[in-house]
Design a protein around this ligand. Structure first.
Ligand code: 5GP
Length: 144
């Protein structure tokens, strides 16, 4: 998948949005849904996605969606910090398979980092859903 292509309404995040697939949900408002990444690169790796979107990537997105998406990402990142006390936080997103994108519904990664703890490999090593739900609840409790 390159930067160009047709949005697949059956992509995994679209299914999570429609509750056809389970996810450890953290937060949602009118614009965004946040949930735990099931192949986390670090403890607390959270994804934020626009709810009303058929954009495969950042470049495709309606400009009116970008603002609420980034506000949601900041709100969730602050909650991740408050819940888990990381030393740093990576906030990133990938556009096109050569850039590392694997799911083609626009999303923002929030990845807490700790001094001396290496980053896990992208999209590898499935987490236990019950543990993710505990983390999701800890982060949700800190949403301001
Ligand atoms: P991308 O590689 O497209 O930037 O990010 C996609 C992310 O979605 C990856 O970090 C991957 O671990 C995560 N992911 C893939 N499938 C699922 C899933 O079924 N549920 C959840 N919660 N995350 C997923």
């Amino acid at each position: 998948m390159s930067l160009d292509g047709t949005y697949d309404p059956d992509n995994i995040f679209a299914k999570i949005l429609r509750a056809e697939m389970p996810a450890a949900r953290v937060f949602e408002d009118d614009h965004v849904l946040a949930f735990m990444d099931v192949f986390p690169q670090a403890k607390g790796h959270t994804l934020v996605i626009p709810k009303h979107s058929t954009a495969r990537n950042f470049l495709d997105e309606d400009p009116e969606v970008i603002g609420p998406l980034m506000l949601g990402a900041q709100r969730v990142a602050k909650a991740v910090r408050a819940a888990l006390n990381p030393d740093g936080i990576v906030i990133t997103q990938f556009n096109g398979a050569p850039a590392g994108q694997t799911v083609f519904h626009l999303h923002v990664h929030i990845i807490p980092r700790w001094e001396g703890v290496a980053l896990g490999r992208h999209g590898q090593g499935m987490a236990d859903m019950e543990k993710l739900k505990v983390l999701a609840a800890q982060i949700a409790a800190k949403i301001a």
